[in-house]
Each structure stands twice: as C-alpha cells, then as structure tokens.
Design a protein around this ligand. Structure first.
Ligand SMILES: Cc1cc2nc3c(=O)[nH]c(=O)nc-3n(C[C@H](O)[C@H](O)[C@H](O)COP(=O)(O)OP(=O)(O)OC[C@H]3O[C@@H](n4cnc5c(N)ncnc54)[C@H](O)[C@@H]3O)c2cc1C
Length: 445
C-alpha cells in the first residue's frame, strides 16, 4: 500500500531531498534528431497505471540522469572507470536513501518506488553499470536498517545515504555458488570476545574496490556442526580496511558493466570488531531472506529499463535507416520482432510492479501470504530478465552492422543484459523454485 498519495504529500512528508522533486510533466512528443545521436529520444513505455509517486520519482531521476549522457557511460565502460560522479549526484539529492527510514535520513518509501528509480537509471542509458554503482547501497542496507543496533545505524546509514561511504554485498563464494547455505567463509570469535577473525573467499563482489563497507555473510559455525542447514550463518557490516593485514582483492575482467568493478575478495585472519554483527549470531540467513524478494524486484526494474532503452534505440534506428529505398522498419521482418519485444517488456513490467506492490503491502495484510510475495518477486525477475534479453538482442540485430559499434550503445546493453539473467539468482533456480513451490513437483536439487 502506498502511504503517500500525491506529490504534494510526497514533498512534505519525506526527507528534505525529496522537496527537490519537480511535479510531473508530460513527456514531450518524440522528434527526430541526428541519426547518430547517442541519446534515446523515443520513450515507449506505457505510463498508465503507475502511482503519482512513481511518476514523480521517474521524472526526478530522469533529470539527474540527463546530466550523464550515453557518451559518459561509453567512456566509463571502455576505460573501466568507476562512475563516481553519478553516484555522487544521486547521493547529493538523497536518492540512495529512497527506501531507508526517515529517522536515519532516508525517504522511507517502498520497493515500488525504489524499483522505479532503478528502472529509470538503466533506461536513461546508464544501463546496468549505472544501477550497479548504487544497487548495494539501496538494497544491502535494508537488512542493516531492519536488524542493526541503534549505534550501527547511526554510524553507518547517514554516511551511506550522503555518499561518504559506499557499500558492497559479500555473499557469493567460488566453491559453493548458488548453494548459499554451504558457504565456507568462517568468522571465528577470538578469545577476547571483542573481535572475530574472518578467513575465506568471496567472488563477484561488485564495487568492493570503491566501497568502505561490506555487508558480509559468513559462517560462525561450520556447516558440519549445525543441525539445520540454515543455521550457523551470520551477517556483519564490516569495514573494508585495506591498510589492515588479511584482506586482499582482485578485479575480475568481465563482459559488461565494466565501469563497475567486480572482485574476488580474500580474507586471511582478517580482524573485525564483534559489534559489526547484524542481529544475532547464527541468524544471518533468516536476515538476508528478508531482503531477497526486494532485490528480485529491483533487478527486475533494472532489466526492464535496459530492455526499454534498447527497444527505443531500435525503433529510432528502424525509422531512420533507409535501405532499398525505405526505412528498414517498414519491413515486417524488422518491425514484428520489435513489436513482440515491446509486449514482452510491458507484460514483465506489470509482473514487476505487481510483485513490488505485494512486497510493500503491510505484513499484517493476511490476504497476501509470504508465499505469494516470493512467487511474484521471483517470477517478475525471471520475466523481466528474459524480456530485456529479447529486446537487447533484437535491438542489436535491427541495427545490422551498426549494432556492433560502440557508438550506438546497443552492443553495451546486450553485454549488460545477461547480468539479470544470472544474478542474484539464476533463471534455472527460479524455474526450480516455481516447479517446486507452485507446481508442487519434486525438488530437483
Ligand atoms: C556481474 C555480476 C555481479 C555480481 N555481484 C555480486 C555481488 O555484489 N555480491 C555477491 O555476493 N554476488 C554477486 N554476483 C554473483 C551472482 O549472484 C552469482 O553469480 C549467481 O548467484 C550464480 O552463482 P554462480 O555464479 O556461482 O553459479 P553456479 O552456482 O556455479 O551455477 C552455474 C550454472 O548452473 C546452474 N545450476 C546450478 N545448480 C542448478 C540446479 N540445481 N538446477 C538447475 N541449474 C543449476 C545455474 O543456474 C547456473 O546457470 C554477481 C555476479 C555477476 C555476474
């Protein structure tokens, strides 16, 4: 349920940063510019059905993103350069706290609004790189905000919202992959009871090179010693202190989103204070479960934005490019795959914002069981990722050879759109989940 109903109440009730949100204006009709322009000009997404808050956020985020054109993202991607100016611009206006509590400087809005923000970022042309530059700050802070102590929250959250600190999320390990319950990184309490020693390895940790904090999931009891597989995991909010011994990291060369770093992170008796534990020892898995459905929605939004961005570029190119004496878009071989991609995106959009709405509904609403929220959020992430992939692939093919050229951007979108299919949970695992939880088929793993 949205607790705010109009932009006016949005301005007055949320933190001061949101006073800068401008009232919604209608989008100007598309007018063709240079066919070599690198700014998308043909907004396609159907806007009916969104709340005023979502549309207001969309306009305000679009205004921030407009300062970062496609050429900015091309340059960051090609040079593997962190988009720190973009992160700073969003932090300056308070957007990183969109879904964090008002008393800590956040806006106290829901995942429905945060999803719109992430979608608007990718759709602007920033792509997954833009989203990933801030994703963990918006999402990985959620369990901290819910389960952290007053001291942890007051020390950490305001600095993450104002951009002083960036954060990353350390879950995935090289030897356990999607089998999160088997992860091996061990945090052992030292005899002084004031500190833990962390030893183990994480992989694919986005933004670890630029982050000051990591939300770390580690074992405090080895897997062999727990009665239930969900026990023995604990969540910490730790410093990434490069001057301290026992911490090392190595950047992974990757296919897309090259502006943001992804890393192997090695811990070897790395010392962390005991008061970095979030919630109780051994309850880490339960705590991160709290945020998993929210992350599915954010990723779905990010995928959608990328898909629409690609489709906008494809529709524009198909109008402009003339071969055999007519625009290529006059050929149904070009037009129909794009029309089909549009409908897939629109269907996935409905699934995504439906899931976010269920997630945001008061937990006391018994008409929305937790099971339904899980199914909706997983389904949305799957559908949006697949729709984005379809749109991005067809956008490249519609551009012919130019689809392969950096300056047309769609090759960057195609490289990036694989991420929502893989992370944070793969498409195969979502199919496993729906097979088991909805179709009630035997568990396959
Ligand atoms: C760009 C990028 C950024 C990332 N950022 C982060 C981050 O910041 N923090 C973090 O913790 N992690 C991050 N990840 C990791 C990501 O969450 C994992 O890659 C993802 O969960 C998949 O795990 P895996 O790579 O170990 O795949 P694996 O577990 O090795 O699986 C490999 C393949 O086998 C399939 N498979 C495995 N088991 C089954 C089964 N039972 N049935 C059917 N198919 C199966 C999978 O679906 C997948 O296709 C990131 C990954 C990428 C690519």
């Amino acid at each position: 349920m949205n607790r705010l109903t109009t932009p006016r109440t949005l301005y007055s009730k949320v933190s001061p940063c949101f006073a800068r949100i401008r009232p919604r204006r209608s989008i100007a009709p598309w007018t063709p510019k240079s066919k070599f322009s690198t700014t998308a000009q043909r907004p396609l997404m159907e806007l009916t059905g969104f709340t005023e808050e979502q549309l207001t956020i969309r306009d305000a985020i679009s205004a921030v993103c407009a300062k970062f054109p496609n050429t900015y993202w091309q340059e960051c991607d090609q040079n593997e350069r962190d988009p720190k100016e973009f992160h700073a611009a969003l932090a300056k206006d308070g957007w990183l706290g969109i879904a964090l509590p008002e008393e800590l400087g956040g806006a106290g809005l829901g995942i429905s609004e945060a999803t719109m923000m992430m979608q608007t970022i990718t759709q602007s042309g920033a792509g997954m790189a833009g989203a990933q530059a801030i994703h963990a700050n918006v999402y990985a802070t959620q369990p901290l905000a819910k389960f952290g102590t007053k001291e942890q929250l007051e020390e950490t959250i305001p600095k993450i919202i104002n951009g002083t600190w960036r954060t990353c999320f350390g879950v995935t390990e090289p030897n356990t992959g999607l089998e999160t319950l088997k992860l091996k990184t061990l945090a052992t309490k030292n005899e002084d009871k004031q500190t833990y020693s962390v030893t183990g390895q994480k992989i694919w940790i986005t933004c670890a090179q630029v982050a000051s904090k990591m939300i770390l999931l580690a074992r405090t009891t080895p897997f062999e010693e727990v009665q239930k597989s969900t026990q023995g995991l604990s969540l910490f909010c730790i410093d990434i202190d490069r001057s301290q011994s026992g911490l090392d990291m190595r950047k992974i060369k990757k296919m897309g989103g090259r502006a943001v770093d992804a890393n192997e992170v090695f811990f070897d008796n790395y010392q962390i204070p005991a008061n970095t534990l979030i919630g109780k020892e051994s309850e880490g898995f339960r705590i991160i479960l709290h945020g998993m459905n929210a992350e599915r929605c954010l990723l779905a939004g990010e995928a959608l934005g990328l898909g629409y961005a690609a489709l906008e570029r494809a529709a524009q190119y198909a109008s402009d490019r003339v071969v055999f004496g007519r625009p290529i878009g006059q050929n149904q071989g070009i037009a129909h795959p794009l029309a089909d991609a549009y409908m897939r995106l629109e269907a996935a959009k409905l699934a995504t914002y439906h899931a976010a709405r269920l997630y945001d509904a008061p937990k006391t609403d018994e008409s929305i069981p937790f099971h339904s929220v899980g199914v909706a959020c997983n389904s949305a992430k799957y559908l949006a990722a697949e729709a984005a992939f379809t749109a991005c692939e067809r956008a490249v093919l519609s551009h012919g050879g130019m689809g392969y050229a950096m300056e047309y951007d769609v090759e960057r979108y195609l490289r990036e759109c694989l991420v929502p299919r893989i992370a944070p949970v793969s498409r195969e695992m979502i199919l496993n989940y729906v097979s088991e939880k909805v179709l009630q088929l035997p568990r396959s793993y």
